[in-house]
Design a protein around this ligand. Sequence first.
Ligand code: SF4
Length: 176
Amino acid sequence: MSTQSRIEWTEQTWNPTVGCTKISPGCKNCYAETMARRLKAMGVRGYENGFRLTLMPQRLSEPLERRKPTVYFVNSMSDLFHEKVPFEYIRRVFDVMARARQHTFQVLTKRAERMAEFGRSVEVPANVWLGVSVENRKHGVRASTCCARSRPAYVFCRWSRCSKTSVRLTWLRFIG
Ligand code: SF4
């Protein structure tokens, strides 16, 4: 089920997969993990497996059913490029995004290398923003890896640990 989002840089969330596993220090206080456990405890449909990676093919068509142009954050409760999500399934997600041209899709991952690998075999639709979360100098390397291989790309920069200021979120268009 897609839901209205309280995140300031998006409008709706769409989760064709739910669940994930931790991959970097930035995952320590993962919001999705806390929420997934809570939703499981509440018996919410779709969260029977808690935070275990689960494909949700029944949700694939949701953006196609919405006519109003909308900015979607794809997988607020997961990571589309998680190693347990087959490329064949990711292709189905991209196919929906390509067909739902009225919308803009923000796909954010911490698995830039897998996104780059996938990006070599598909045409990224113009209405899809690919983003990589950059936590610090070390993990920021992933962003350049991604941008060099799949374009157009967007780097989703998040300064929370490497800055004394509060969390700042920015979408940057890759030009190169
Ligand atoms: S990659 Fe994202 S969703 Fe997955 S554990 Fe880390 S913070 Fe959570």
